[in-house]
Write a protein that binds this ligand. Structure first.
Ligand code: ADP
Ligand code: MG
Length: 437
């Protein structure tokens, strides 16, 4: 029989929006129309590009920042600030280095005015639950990364939360440590030894999301909202090599690797080309060429299942997704339904010598990246073929915050230099036309 509480909603978000003020004083929407329910008994994973607002959403749920618009409810009540039942685990361990494990874990209880004896008892219990018994007196620097993150989790568990929010809590750890800790968390979840009723996990790792969650939500960027929901009805623990799990991983990959044009088509019904507001993916040319070569050669011979390519490359989704996006943007690969194929241009590129590769790269850049086109065109208008970078930064800041604008311009500069579309002087911050012309 299904538990009668199964449909009780723990967290309920309706039309939630959040904006931040950018450097030039305008507001930029980070979250818009976010609708989301976390039900009792559920693990939900949240995936999305970096900068899509996942951490902002978690901070709203943790009551650390208010939403600008919409309703945020916890057990049916509007959430106005930190709620007792909601605790958060962060990616960076953020432990106080001068406090012992026990003292770090007790800290939140102290703030709640809980008496010393009870604090000690509850902290010990939480420390034991997460497998750190015997380390109560240790200082953070005496612990490995994995153990430090266990302290981070104990610090959340000690509050006896019924909802735990985890913001990429495993991603700062090496793969094996992350996996072990994730499995321990799932065991703890199933054990019923904690009052946890709902778990919301932000992840960068597609396999992790599929292995953990009852539902995977994929966030769109600019502004962030729930774009797709993929229910997962398999029993835990799940076998990562089983057909069902592989198929789900493929499905999530397919959703995560949609091109900007495909995404626009889903949103508006019409394919639109990449615009100035497009945030160029954080991919280096060497990574792009490395992956392209791997794809072109045996055993893939131009065609791969994305999860398999990731495994062969030994890289994380966080590292690979921007590289896929870059390769597809320049039409060197096609990506669909969780598969990646070398395009005919991609094969040509693979076989080309360095000079021809640069030519192709530059030509594709001008064709598909409006920012590169605008830089090149502007330089051609100048008598001396030179311009400061600032006007381009200001232009990008119409669409994104300062730091992101710098990152995007930097990518455009690196790619443009490689494709010999323009030059850049790191001392003066001047962009200029290549000298050979
Ligand atoms: P994610 O966790 O999905 O990577 P974040 O929620 O951290 O995304 O950030 C979403 C966007 O909001 C980013 O562009 C980020 O720079 C911006 N942002 C987050 N917090 C602030 C803030 N306090 N002030 C201004 N901008 C912010
Ligand atoms: Mg984040």
């Amino acid at each position: 029989m299904a538990s009668p509480k199964k449909n009780t909603s723990l967290i309920d978000l309706k039309d939630v929006g959040k904006s931040f003020r950018t450097a030039d004083g305008t507001n930029r929407a980070v979250l818009e129309d976010v609708d989301f329910v976390l039900k009792e008994g559920e693990i939900v994973a949240l995936l999305g590009k970096s900068g899509s607002g996942k951490s902002t959403l978690l901070r709203i749920l943790a009551g650390l920042i208010p939403a600008d618009r919409g309703h945020v409810r916890y057990r049916g009540q509007p959430l106005y600030g930190p709620a007792r039942g909601i605790a958060m685990v962060f990616q960076s361990f953020a432990l106080f280095p001068w406090l012992t494990v026990q003292q770090n874990v007790e800290l939140g209880l102290e703030a709640q005015g809980i008496a010393k004896a009870e604090r000690a008892e509850r902290a010990e219990a939480a420390i034991e639950l997460i497998g750190l018994a015997g380390f109560e007196g240790a200082l953070p620097r005496e612990l490995s990364g994995g153990m430090r993150q266990r302290v981070g989790i104990a610090r959340a568990l000690v509050m006896n939360p019924d909802i735990l929010l985890m913001d990429e809590a495993f991603s700062a750890l090496d793969v094996l440590t992350g996996e072990t800790l994730r499995n321990d968390m799932l065991e703890l979840w199933d054990s019923g030894k904690t009052p946890m009723k709902g778990l919301l996990v932000v992840s960068h790792n597609i396999e992790e999301a599929v292995l953990m969650a009852d539902r995977v939500l994929i966030f769109s960027s600019d502004p962030g909202r729930v774009r797709v929901e993929i229910p997962i009805r398999l029993q835990r623990p799940r076998n990562p090599d089983s057909m069902e799990v592989r198929a789900l991983i493929d499905e999530v990959y397919a959703q995560m690797t949609l091109s900007p044009a495909e995404l626009a088509a889903i949103e508006t019904g019409a394919e639109v080309p990449v615009a100035m507001s497009y945030r160029l993916p954080d991919a280096e040319v060497s990574q792009m060429e490395g992956l392209l070569e791997m794809l072109a050669e045996a055993p893939f011979d131009g065609h791969a299942d994305l999860p398999q390519l990731a495994e062969e490359a030994g890289l994380s989704d966080e590292e690979l997704l921007p590289v896929y996006e870059a390769l597809r943007l320049l039409e060197l690969v096609h990506i669909a339904q969780g598969d990646i194929n070398l395009s005919s241009l991609g094969r040509h590129y693979y076989q080309a010598d360095q000079a021809l590769r640069r030519d192709i790269f530059g030509q594709q850049l001008l064709l598909h990246v409006p920012l590169a086109g605008e830089i090149r065109h502007s330089l051609e208008q100048e008598d001396d073929g030179e311009l400061r970078e600032e006007p381009f930064l200001r232009r990008l800041e119409e669409f994104m915050e300062e730091e992101e604008a710098e990152r995007v311009l930097n990518v455009a500069i690196e790619w443009g230099r490689y494709g010999e579309v323009y030059e850049y002087d790191y001392h003066t911050g001047m962009l200029k036309l290549p000298e050979t012309e």
